[in-house]
Design a protein around this ligand. Structure first.
Ligand code: HEM
Length: 154
């Protein structure tokens, strides 16, 4: 297996984990968790985020790292990369900025409110998290579309 193949594989796996995790959380777990009463629902999400964000941190580091290694190693850098790669990295930095905001602002507030068992405040922060995850999920799906199909048009 060449180094390029390994980098492509890690890149794709990181995208699957991050974007797939958001789709599962937003489209599958959220409607079901909505049937639970506030304390159970908020404690559930607190545990889900604690575990999921460990995976997201890995993806957030590995995606730009492997992406730029592919770009500089096989495409001749910024000048040689196709339109799809430029679009992908633009979308990627927006996604990363949204994730950093989500992790350091509403998630920290949510975690503190759950720790203090202040359920109404925690529910308010969860609503903010839901909006940011929805935005990043849509951007993530578009980025996967661009990244995976771009070699045919970029
Ligand atoms: C700064 C960040 C990123 C850079 C520099 C980058 C760069 C690249 C490059 C150079 C390719 C190969 C394209 C080709 O062979 O035509 C690629 C493929 C791909 N990228 Fe990215 N990418 C970044 C972020 C992302 C993100 C955030 C996602 C999804 C959430 C993503 C999803 C994909 C997918 C699905 C592919 C096709 C599968 C693969 O070839 O492994 N990329 N990316």
């Amino acid at each position: 297996m060449t180094l390029a193949a390994l980098l492509y594989a890690i890149h794709a796996l990181a995208a699957v984990v991050w974007v797939g995790g958001m789709v599962f959380a937003y489209a599958v777990l959220r409607p079901v968790a909505g049937n639970l009463q506030p304390p159970d629902r908020l404690v559930l999400w607190n545990g889900v985020f604690r575990r999921f964000f460990v995976w997201v941190w890995h993806a957030v580091v590995l995606l730009p790292l492997t992406g730029y290694l592919i770009m500089f190693g096989t495409m001749g850098g910024f000048a040689g990369a196709g339109l799809h790669v430029h679009l992908m990295q633009g979308l990627a930095w927006i996604m990363i900025a949204i994730y950093l905001y989500l992790f350091f602002v509403p998630y920290q507030r949510f975690r503190a409110a759950v720790g203090a068992e202040d359920w109404p405040v925690a529910a308010g922060h969860l609503a903010a998290i839901r909006k940011t995850v929805a935005a990043n999920m849509i951007l993530g799906l578009i980025t996967v579309l661009v990244g995976s199909s771009g070699q045919f048009w970029g």
